[in-house]
Design a protein around this ligand. Structure first.
Ligand SMILES: Nc1ncnc2c1ncn2[C@@H]1O[C@H](COP(=O)(O)OP(=O)(O)O)[C@@H](O)[C@H]1O
Ligand SMILES: [Mg+2]
Length: 361
């Protein structure tokens, strides 16, 4: 699928913006703080209803304004459709597909498929488990509506259960009310864990090959799903930890505490990998994500590369650029020179300067 055009009104540092993209490679270049990432953020928002930076709606509205509009035209398997997002300062956002308002933000998931790749993604292996969970949750939420629904239910139940655990302190008569929450937590949690395990197996089916090529066959990379409950039955684990949960006033086991282990051979590279090893593995993960998405949606996602090329050495840059040759890509960078005279074919070049964008070719 491709994004054909983007319109912004009062979004971040844009007053009005109208961009037509090429169906292959697009470059947005310019100095820092000019608005390059803001454009990718708007596209990401159009597909996921959220900022990739985790920014609140009201903070994306142009300073001094009350509302912001983001419109896209997408072409998917030859068919065009429009998305409209309307951010408001003091009320929930409005979303429409082909001018038809949708009720729940989650209905937008899976309509547009995006892969966002930023320099922070290169730290996914070095950083904490929360970021690895976020990766898997964001990807699966785009791919699988059932997962999105299960995860939303699970998170809601955890919140309720944690509230109840706080109330139980000094009110022991409330303990029996935990049963109903525990049952639902086990139900949705099991489904979340099963889908994650499958996703990890699917990534493993791809990453070994990708990583082998990236490291010249020197390293064998595999992912392992580390559940907080280990191999135990989830319902039993919940019950076993109940006393501790009451004491701690929070839920100590479940998918909200899981992690993914990355092993190169036998080495857990989260803890023992060199920085270079961790970053290469992160690149492999991202490339495998693209391959998996292609396979599962039987189409190509839109790839957003935010300033990531400058973070990679020439070999890895080339490898990345070769692997994405058939995908619509929107790349941001500070200088366009680094691409010129390289084998990378650029179809459209835009210069971004202080919230103004000029097409240069
Ligand atoms: N809500 C907002 N209203 C107006 N300007 C904003 C808003 N949020 C961020 N900005 C501006 O956007 C710019 C940063 O844009 P960004 O796309 O991150 O830059 P870069 O080109 O480095 O990727 C900064 O100048 C910042 O002041
Ligand atoms: Mg940026």
């Amino acid at each position: 699928m491709i994004i054909k055009s983007l319109k912004l009104k009062n979004f971040r540092n844009y007053d009005l913006l109208n961009l037509d993209f090429d169906s292959a490679t697009n470059i947005l270049y310019g100095d820092n703080a000019q608005g390059k990432t803001n454009i990718l953020e708007a596209i990401y928002l159009s597909g996921t209803t959220k900022s990739h930076r985790g920014t609140k709606d009201r903070d994306m509205i142009r300073f001094g304004q009350e509302e912001s509009h983001i419109e896209t035209v997408i072409e998917k398997k030859g068919i065009e459709f429009k998305t409209d997002i309307h951010l408001k300062k003091n009320s929930p956002k409005g979303i429409a597909i082909n001018k038809m308002p949708i009720r729940k933000a989650s209905e937008l998931f899976g309509v547009i498929h995006l892969v966002f790749f930023s320099p922070e993604d290169l730290n996914i292996i070095k950083n904490g488990p929360a970021e690895r969970r976020r990766f898997i949750d964001m990807e699966l939420s785009q791919l699988d509506k059932v997962y999105l629904n299960d995860l939303a239910n699970y998170n809601r139940i955890i919140n309720q259960r944690n509230k109840l655990l706080k109330d139980i302190y000094g009110r022991e008569d409330l303990i029996s009310t935990l049963d109903i929450w525990d049952m639902q937590m086990a139900h949705y949690g099991d489904r979340v864990m099963q889908r994650r395990a499958k996703f990890i197996a699917q990534i493993n089916g791809i990453i070994e090959n990708v990583h082998g090529k990236l490291t010249g066959g020197k390293e064998k990379l595999n992912l392992f799903y580390e559940k907080s409950i280990g191999d135990a039955d989830f319902s039993e684990a919940i019950l076993k930890n109940r006393e501790r949960d009451i004491r701690m006033k929070s839920t100590s086991v479940g998918p909200h505490r899981d992690d993914i282990c990355f092993k190169a051979g036998d080495l857990d590279i989260r803890k023992f990998g060199s920085q270079g090893q961790q970053r290469t593995a992160a690149l492999s993960l991202k490339l495998s994500e693209i391959e998996l998405v292609k396979l599962l949606i039987n189409d190509t996602p839109i790839l957003l590369l935010d300033d990531v090329l400058s973070e990679l050495d020439k070999n890895r840059q080339n490898y990345l650029l070769d692997s994405i040759s058939n995908i619509q890509t929107i790349v941001t960078c500070t200088g366009v020179d680094e691409f010129v005279n390289r084998r990378f074919l650029i179809n459209k070049i835009f210069h971004v300067n202080g919230g103004q964008v000029k097409k240069e070719n």
